[in-house]
Design a protein around this ligand. Structure first.
Ligand code: DAH
Length: 339
């Protein structure tokens, strides 16, 4: 009997099968009720009592071996069965579509990074604001048209709660709780009550910068502007300042850069002037400093503010504002490799 068991062990160890059907036939041959292992068990009662222990253990070992072997063959033939021969396993995987950074955020980050190289740090404020921070503290007269519902989205009147129309509100928030030196750059979204078209939108983005300290002069402003323009649009860029008016700066100016399309020679883009407007700026009005608790006899400052969409238009020639908020993948994917 022991001999028979050894023989079966050897036979089972060398079993092979190519298909699940062949495996099933082997299972019936060795492990079914009428199979070889059961036959041995049936003979077991004829084994002399003193050999029962050894033979019993051998039969069990044989049964385990057969079960393991057949299970292994089953697994191997089944997985081979699942393999679709038309699959090319050496082919590389399909590319994963990564998202892209939004062009406005690319431009915003570039503006912020230029100012941070001059020592400006980022400050942020709320988009839902009060009249004081958006208008009154910034020297807007009581009857200024920006305070009108036609220009500003009001959430509530008396006391007024509104969507900020510019990031200049962050200036007054920071000045209220910080004494100079103050050197901040304030990126953020702003809202105006405009009909949506290629040139106007009811929300857009601005970056504001503010520098307040002793002896800050217009020359500091001008040099900062020149540095910014050249970092943003290239070392050959020239700037010019035109007198302007903002309630919160005195004197105020608007800055043009030499048209970065034609290099200043004049083209359709710059309406043949050679210049394009990019931002507003000026020396912080002493009334604003005083309103925010900074002594205007001791300190002076400059401020500037620009539209991110405007800069993006100049840099990437996106001249329909609506593209920035439509989330058309074809448009967004054009900026995959921009930085
Ligand atoms: N707040 C102005 C606007 O919304 C932009 C601006 C102009 C900001 C001049 C300034 C500045 O800080 O000095 O159009």
């Amino acid at each position: 009997m022991l001999e028979k068991i050894q023989q079966l062990k050897a036979e089972i160890a060398s079993l092979e099968a190519k298909t699940p059907q062949e495996v099933e036939a082997l299972r019936i041959k060795y492990l079914s009720k009428k199979g070889a292992v059961s036959a041995l068990m049936a003979d077991f009662r004829n084994v002399p009592a003193d050999q029962k222990k050894t033979v019993g253990m051998e039969i069990n070992a044989l049964k385990n071996l057969a079960t393991e072997k057949i299970n292994a063959l089953k697994a191997a033939t089944e997985s081979a069965d699942e393999l679709d021969e038309s699959l090319d396993l050496s082919r590389s995987a399909s590319p994963v579509a990564l998202g892209t950074r939004h062009p406005l955020m690319l431009v915003r980050d570039e503006i912020v990074s230029i100012f941070s190289r001059l020592g400006f740090t980022v400050a942020e404020g709320p988009e839902v604001e009060d009249d004081w921070h958006v208008f009154s503290s910034l020297n807007f007269a009581a009857d200024h048209p920006a305070r009108d519902m036609q220009d500003t989205f009001f959430i509530q009147r008396n006391p007024d709660v509104l969507l900020r129309t510019h990031t200049s509100s962050v200036q007054s928030r920071v000045m209220e709780h910080t004494q100079p030196p103050i050197r901040i750059v304030c990126p953020g979204r702003v809202y105006r009550n405009e009909a949506i078209s290629a040139r106007a939108h009811c929300f857009f983005h601005q970056v504001e910068a503010l520098y307040v300290d002793k002896n800050v002069s217009f020359a500091d402003l001008k040099q900062t502007l020149l540095y910014f323009a050249r970092e943003m649009f290239g070392p050959d860029t020239s700037i010019r300042l035109r007198p302007s008016y903002f309630p919160f700066t005195e004197p105020s100016a608007e800055m043009d850069i030499s048209c970065n399309l034609c290099g200043g020679k004049g083209c359709g883009f710059c309406k043949h002037t050679g210049w394009v407007e990019i931002l507003g700026c000026g020396m912080v009005d002493p009334n604003v400093l005083d309103a925010c608790g900074i002594d205007s006899k001791e300190y002076t400052g400059f401020a500037l503010g620009m539209g991110v969409e405007r800069i993006a238009n100049l840099k990437y020639r996106v001249n329909d504002l609506r593209l920035f908020s439509e989330n058309d993948k074809r448009f967004l994917e054009e900026f995959t490799h921009a930085h």
